[in-house]
Write a protein that binds this ligand. Structure first.
Ligand code: FPP
Ligand code: MG
Length: 321
């Protein structure tokens, strides 16, 4: 099933989120508008806004508030991607050349800051509770990125460290989208907890699938360079598993400490990862999180929102781009 079909119950609201983002970053005729326009030409999966809206609908939240919240969270996500591409020296995202490649890091840092500023502006009327939560989640994203940076030389190649990083940089954010969406309505504490858990587990699975696709996916489908993680020294679950369980673990360990890898070295690592069965292992882990995510949805009454969130979890498990 396609994302459009899964999002069918919130299509109009997603279009409103898009509109709100465009309006909030509009700056006609300036260099800044050229740079923001470049980012906005390629639209992402809208996973975070869709989750806010679906959780919000399930709990009877006010539509205007939900759209505002979803736009603010998506802008934070956009800011984090722009900064992430500088850190990872990524050349492409969503099939487009990145801001750091097109205009350099100085412009890209400012673009990320601008998105972040606009996110805060949209969240301002949503109250202290929401604003505190946003401040905490941005802190968590930064901590996740720091963990990843610290581990570039492979000092901590353990599954625990990897999962902790993913929790900080992805899962907690998606969990927050669920929680804030739910709290825009009148949910019971059990529903808030269940939806927050759904978001957390879905986020863990999403990042693990993303990390698998980085090694196995087709770059033109994904709009990203192949093995970007290895190129930027990011050590992901398939590699962690191969280092700790494979016949050429020590060899991979030595290679990933290098500042730049050659094409042959990247091929060698991927070969070892495949040989160890580390792709299947990681896919199994993602599947476990998806099962837990679906179980967490039992707190919701049967209905359109629950069905869409279930299908979304399945989509993440099967994603190819
Ligand atoms: C993508 O991960 C990046 C993140 C999930 C978070 C990045 C967070 C920051 C840079 C902190 C700064 C935050 C703000 C709001 C200014 P990835 O590299 O695994 O995925 P990718 O393949 O999409 O690049
Ligand atoms: Mg990245």
């Amino acid at each position: 099933m396609s994302l459009e079909e899964i999002y069918a119950g919130v299509t109009r609201e997603i279009a409103e989120v898009d509109e709100q983002i465009r309006t909030s970053v509009a700056n006609k005729g300036t260099f800044l508008s050229e740079v923001t326009g470049h980012f906005l030409t390629a639209s992402g999966k809208k996973l975070r806004p869709a989750i806010v809206l679906l959780a919000g609908k399930a709990c009877g939240g006010n539509r205007k508030r939900l759209v505002n919240l979803a736009a603010s969270l998506e802008l934070i996500h956009m800011a984090s991607l722009v900064h992430d591409d500088i850190i990872d020296r990524s050349v492409t995202r969503r099939g487009n050349v990145t801001a750091n490649t097109k205009w350099g890091s100085r412009v890209a840092v400012l673009l990320g800051d601008y998105f972040y500023a606009r996110a805060l502006g949209l969240a301002a009327p949503l109250g202290e509770r929401v604003n505190r939560a946003l401040s905490e989640i941005v802190g968590s994203l930064v901590e996740g990125e720091f963990n990843q940076l610290e581990n570039r030389l492979g000092s901590n190649i353990t599954e625990t460290y990897y999962l902790e990083t993913v929790s900080h940089k992805t899962a907690r954010f998606i969990s927050l989208c669920c929680r804030l969406g739910a709290e825009a309505g009148k949910p019971s504490p059990e529903v808030v907890d269940g939806l927050s858990q759904y978001g957390f587990f879905t986020g863990m699975a999403y990042q693990i699938r993303d990390d698998i696709l980085d090694l196995t996916g087709c770059s033109s489908n994904r709009g990203r360079e192949h093995s970007q993680d290895l190129k930027s020294g990011v050590i992901t679950l398939p590699v962690v598993h191969a280092v700790n369980n494979g016949p050429c673990g020590n060899e991979i360990k030595e290679l990933i400490t290098k500042d730049r890898l050659t094409v042959n070295e990247i091929r060698k690592i991927i070969h070892c990862v495949r040989l160890t069965g580390s792709i299947e292992y990681s896919a199994g882990k993602a599947r476990e999180y998806i099962c837990k995510a679906k179980e967490s949805l039992q707190v919701l009454p049967a209905g359109r929102a629950r069905d869409a969130l279930t299908l979304l979890a399945e989509y993440i498990n099967d994603r190819v781009s």
